[in-house]
Design a protein around this ligand. Structure first.
Ligand SMILES: Cc1ncc(C[n+]2csc(CCOP(=O)(O)OP(=O)(O)O)c2C)c(N)n1
Ligand SMILES: [Mg+2]
Length: 296
């Protein structure tokens, strides 16, 4: 029985497939350009959604957008027409407060109809403020309470190994979220089990809800910490599409991969970029219009 009221948009899935084929076959420069176009569409959608809902987490949505774009439009081996296919790569958005970016990405891949984005955070909408796997096709596990996505991803990576498939598991976390102890327990197990099929992506925008991470509970040297837990660490610019593609390549050491994606919270909209108050501030109609101009 399909639990979901929302179902995939086959026209968009076909378009997504055609675009993926085009992206895969393009030369490096054109590939980056195509993915930047997708990311811009997703940024425009999430701004529209948050402006209409008058709720959301716009800063973290904009910092994770390029990560989501590269995963869904180039890397993940998925079939949005069959979200629960027995063999598939998995993605978990552990920083579940960034649901708007996630839903906009799922819509761009055809998991859900684009028109459904209009219901974001409305009463009784499937598209609530944090993603729910029983309501939204493509969502692998419920997130929102920080610190739970990575432990689930570790379990999925172990399950894939037990099944003997080559499925890969990706999880995106906030940097403030790394202050949750559960993540370090999960990393310890990932390192111990040498879960080479797991890629842990940290959206390192250096801001959490009310302040800078390094002023709250410092994470640096985060690369050394991840390496000490047994990860193969890749530090990149999290808005550099080519660097993201490379960083999402398979493990070369037999260890789980840890990607520290240095990002800018609010990336793409000048008055939101790197400003702590935009963690969950809502743009006015005028600010939505200005953001759209910048993202034109
Ligand atoms: C366990 C838990 N505590 C508190 C919150 C409230 N909360 C939502 S987002 C957030 C800050 C997260 O910062 P970060 O992980 O850096 O995310 P980003 O900067 O990408 O938005 C907090 C404290 C929560 N969702 N879960
Ligand atoms: Mg952060």
């Amino acid at each position: 029985m399909d639990m979901h009221l929302l179902t995939s948009d086959i026209t968009t899935v076909d378009q997504w497939r055609a675009r993926r084929t085009e992206t895969a076959g393009a030369d490096a420069e054109r590939r980056v350009g195509l993915l930047q176009d997708r990311a811009k569409e997703i940024r425009r959608d999430l701004i529209t959604m948050i402006g209409a809902a008058k709720q959301g987490h716009v800063g973290g949505d904009l910092s994770v957008t390029d990560i989501l774009t590269v995963l869904y439009h180039h890397v993940l081996r998925i079939d949005p027409a069959n979200p629960t296919a027995a063999v598939r790569d998995r993605f978990i958005l552990s920083k579940g407060h960034c649901a708007a970016a996630f839903y906009a990405t799922l819509a761009s891949a055809g998991y859900i109809p684009h028109a459904a984005l209009e219901s974001f955070m409305k009463p009784l909408s499937e598209l609530s403020g944090h993603p729910n796997r029983t309501k939204v096709p493509g969502v692998e596990t419920n997130t929102g309470p920080l610190g739970h996505g990575l432990p689930v991803a570790v379990g999925e990576a172990i399950a894939a190994r037990l099944k003997g498939t080559d499925e890969r598991v990706f999880v995106a976390l906030g940097d403030g979220e790394m202050q949750e102890g559960s993540n370090w327990e999960a990393l310890m197990l990932a390192g111990h089990r040498k879960l080479a099929n797991l890629t842990v992506v940290i959206d390192r925008n250096r801001l959490q809800q009310g302040a800078r991470t390094e002023d709250t509970n410092a994470l640096d040297p985060l690369d050394e910490k991840l390496a000490a837990f047994g990860l193969e660490v890749r530090v990149i610019d999290g808005h550099d599409i080519a660097a993201l593609i490379e960083a999402f390549g398979p493990s070369t050491t037999g260890k789980p991969v840890g990607v520290i994606a240095n990002t800018i919270k609010g990336k793409g909209v000048s008055f939101i970029e790197d400003r702590v108050e935009w963690h969950h501030k809502v743009p006015s109609a005028e600010q939505v219009a200005q953001a759209m101009e910048e993202l034109a």
